[in-house]
Ligand binder design. Sequence first.
Ligand SMILES: [Zn+2]
Length: 155
Amino acid sequence: MTDETWLAHALELAVANVAEGGGPFGAVIVRDGALLATGQNRVTRDNDPTAHAEVLAIRAACADLGDFSLAGCVLYTSCEPCPLCVSAALWARLDRVVYAADRDDAARGGFDDREFYELFARDRTTWPTLVHGNRHADSFAPFEAWLSKGDRVEY
Ligand SMILES: [Zn+2]
């Protein structure tokens, strides 16, 4: 199986998902040349704005492996991952992410991926969602608890 074959599978999942009432996005995760997990966009079906195909594929792959790391795996996705999904891929420590359509295609399809990428280059005060710090006396307390826990599982 080549990158092109796996991308074709992700694209098939994306097209099929539209017919089933979902968003036009599909993803597969491959390990050692074998299919490990798939994901299809479930935002509207599940009323979950984070139910992107890549996120669902990552969740399914991790559940299957019983591990929070996907090191050694490759994510193939029908479209360039949005900032949420590219961050999820980084957190999952995937070896590689390969996508078919890009953020410009997504914009033509009516999706905000490119706009969200562009937000990161702008001052947060211009964002549609206000995101700001509010330093608290106990701001570092969770990390103190974490660092003093001898048997913590690093990730
Ligand atoms: Zn996404």
